[in-house]
Write a protein that binds this ligand. Structure first.
Ligand SMILES: NC(=O)C1=CN([C@@H]2O[C@H](COP(=O)(O)OP(=O)(O)OC[C@H]3O[C@@H](n4cnc5c(N)ncnc54)[C@H](O)[C@@H]3O)[C@@H](O)[C@H]2O)C=CC1
Ligand SMILES: O=C(O)[C@@H]1CCC=N1
Length: 274
């Protein structure tokens, strides 16, 4: 059982902690989390998951096999600088920070630790993350395999080149939010067409789950599955025509491209800080 320390105790750290404990990949005693200043959040994580929490950076680091960097990209410099004197070179660093290159983390650490840069998503909470991992210069196949094993317990894992991680961030890191936005819109629409929330919610949910399962299990291309729903002169055709009028496809492509661009920008901006 590996001991894992989380620098940053927000949404992503919680999603991973919850997923890792459910998968029994580590014990609650083997997890420690720290954050910048929010005592209530540390208390919440301790009470909810039974994990350890501390503000003492030496205690935080000393027994860790793996240190997960889960603070915001803008806090990369302050976060890593606050622990670098205690980090030992054999400890595996896993960074989930969007945009932040492993070369910059190495520079901040001033040590050649193996680093695996990862882009999971918050569906890790229920073991359903879509995660991409990539290795730094100093990480070997064993480190990649360990990260792969770890993240497989909280979902599906793809290994990619570090260059591709900005695109992954725009696609699947942010991706759950695009789906939640769709559901928000469907809920508003349901209300406007006269369905009460209690009736509409399970219908919307099962529509999303059913379509996702169809995409997973059917061999058919999504465009074929869409055509199978669309009767000539029918309701779907009318609905899709409206989506096309509003440039739905272009909007989605532009959304993912802009999120990817922002990941690159964050890397460029925050990697200049010292
Ligand atoms: N939320 C998401 O869906 C995803 C987030 N990420 C990445 O995960 C990272 C964390 O994101 P969230 O959990 O959403 O943010 P969050 O704001 O919920 O949590 C950030 C945490 O970092 C802590 N922190 C900040 N500076 C610190 C310091 N100097 N020392 C110790 N702790 C410090 C904060 O106190 C807080 O606990 C980000 O880098 C983000 O790019 C990656 C994939 C998905
Ligand atoms: O919005 C963000 O910057 C982070 C990275 C991927 C998901 N959330």
């Amino acid at each position: 059982m590996k001991k894992i320390s989380f620098l940053g105790a927000g949404s992503m750290a919680e999603a991973m902690i919850s997923g890792l404990l459910q998968a029994q990949i580590c014990t609650k005693e083997g997890i420690v989390a720290t954050n910048r200043s929010n005592d209530e959040q540390l208390m919440y994580l301790h009470e909810t998951y039974g994990i350890n929490t501390t503000r003492n950076k030496r205690d935080f680091i000393q027994d860790a096999d793996i240190i997960v960097l889960a603070c915001k990209p803008k806090d990369a410099s302050s976060g890593v600088s606050s622990i670098c004197e205690y980090v030992q070179e054999h400890q595996l660093i896993i960074s989930v920070m969007a945009g932040i290159p492993t070369s910059y983390i190495t520079q901040l650490l001033g040590k050649n630790n193996p680093i695996i840069r990862v882009m999971p998503n918050t569906s890790a909470t229920i073991g359903k993350s879509a995660t991409a991992i990539s290795a730094s210069l100093h990480a070997n196949e064993e480190h990649v395999a360990l990260a792969h094993t770890l993240f497989t317990t909280i979902g599906v894992v793809q290994t990619v080149e570090e260059n591709d991680l900005d695109a992954v961030t725009g696609l699947s890191g942010s991706g759950p939010a695009y789906v939640y936005y769709l559901v928000e819109a469907m809920e508003k629409a349901a209300q406007e067409i006269g369905l009460d929330h209690q009736t509409a919610k399970p219908l919307i949910l099962q529509t999303i789950i059913g379509a996702a399962e169809m995409l997973k299990h059917s061999q058919k291309h999504p465009s074929i599955l869409r055509k199978e729903v669309t009767s000539q002169g029918g309701t779907t055709e009318a609905g899709i025509a409206t989506l096309q009028q509003y440039n739905y496809e272009e909007a989605m492509i532009a959304c993912i491209k802009n999120a990817t661009k922002r990941s690159k920008e964050m890397g460029e901006v925050y990697s200049k800080e010292k």
